[in-house]
Design a binder for this molecule. Structure first.
Ligand SMILES: Cc1ncc(COP(=O)(O)O)c(C=O)c1O
Length: 347
């Protein structure tokens, strides 16, 4: 059955790239589809080599791990590191997958409530580390707050984390961060800090359903992850599609422009509506201090306006609504829905 694209909701709930997939990736996938019946000739048909060149700064192939989306990479990291009774440390308001997958390995999840300004509580996180702590999760920019840990904060934090802990830095939204103080994690990896960074092709490159992601980091810390990786993490379509997307300059430029103008548009409209938001470095804006319950906004947006928004409760932020940045038409539908819901409830 082919997808029915009529009456598509405005998809502002999953931080997808609503511009669409990279055209170069699509072309590569169409070409390689015809080889769907065979296994890749070599393990990743050159994707790792392309990523090594893309990241640069002396990164080597044995410092890279591929996966079916960065969610898969995060899962394999946890599979490699966690056993019953181990501890992991993370912020309360962050990407929900860490909590769920760590718990599936019977690890104890230590959550540190975010500060009042939504930044993670660095002291609290460091203070929660014990001899049993295996992993600490940092999402940068953070989902669902859109806040970054800047270079100086990262340096101070890394210097306080004991070496038996591996620091996982989820950079799913790295490409949308335009703050000049955003840290370059390769500087820290090259300085010997025990870090694994994860990244995805789901956002900037518009390949959420191709499921392409990767991790890179400190050689010693990534080795146990690579050791349990299957020979073929994925298939020809993923490897070739992702490799093509990396070089699709026009699509990258258009996506970043969409994110930049969409962010400014949402800010201006939220201000017009008198809504508070957390300034973002990611592909979404999260609303705070809402005058009506988040649940009401999200439910009515879908039921009455065919607009998908995200209740940030699932990411540890009840009472907040996360609005993805889409195309102008999607953003306008989102704003119209929110405006109408506010009017209905507040008059
Ligand atoms: C912070 C964060 N990390 C990881 C992912 C997983 O991305 P994927 O598995 O599509 O690469 C997402 C998806 O939305 C995300 O928001």
């Amino acid at each position: 059955m082919l997808p029915n694209l009529q009456n598509e909701p405005a998809r502002l709930g999953s931080n997808e790239n609503l511009l669409g997939p990279s055209p170069k990736a699509l072309k590569a996938i169409e070409a390689w589809n015809k080889r769907m019946h065979i296994y890749p000739v070599t393990e990743d048909v050159g994707l790792t080599a392309k990523l090594v060149a893309h990241i640069g700064q002396g990164l080597t192939a044995d410092q890279v791990v591929l996966g079916n989306g960065s969610g898969d990479v995060l899962g394999v990291i946890m599979q490699a590191y966690l056993e019953r009774g181990d501890e992991v440390v993370m912020a309360t308001a962050t990407f929900a997958l860490y909590r769920r997958v760590a718990a599936s390995y019977r690890a104890t999840v230590i959550e540190i409530p975010n500060r009042d300004d939504f930044q993670i509580d660095f002291d609290g996180m460091v203070g929660a580390i014990t001899a049993k702590t295996k992993l600490i999760f940092l999402c940068n920019p953070n989902n669902p707050t859109g806040i970054i840990i800047n270079r100086a904060e990262m340096q101070q934090l890394l210097d306080r984390i004991p070496k038996h802990v591996t620091v996982i830095v989820d950079e799913a939204y790295v490409d949308f961060a335009d703050d000049p103080e955003y840290p370059n994690m390769m500087d820290f990896i090259n300085a010997g800090y025990p870090i694994i960074v994860t990244r995805t092709f789901s956002k900037l490159y518009g390949l959420a359903s191709l499921k392409a992601g990767f991790g890179f980091g400190n050689l010693d810390r990534i080795a146990p992850v690579r050791a349990i990786r299957q020979v073929y993490e994925s298939g020809l379509m993923m490897y070739h599609g992702a490799a093509a997307a990396l070089e699709d300059e026009a699509h990258i430029v258009d996506t970043l422009e969409l994110a930049r103008t969409g962010r400014a548009y949402l800010y201006s409209q939220f201000e017009r509506l008198g809504l508070d938001y957390i300034p973002t470095q990611a592909l979404f804006v999260t609303l705070k201090n809402l005058p009506i319950p988040a649940e009401t906004i999200v439910a009515e947006a879908l039921e009455q306006h065919n607009v998908i928004l995200r209740d940030a409760k699932v990411f540890g932020m009840p009472g907040h609504v996360r609005v993805s940045i889409g195309r102008q038409e999607d953003n306008e539908r989102g704003i119209a829905a929110i405006e109408s819901i506010l009017k209905k409830h507040l008059g």
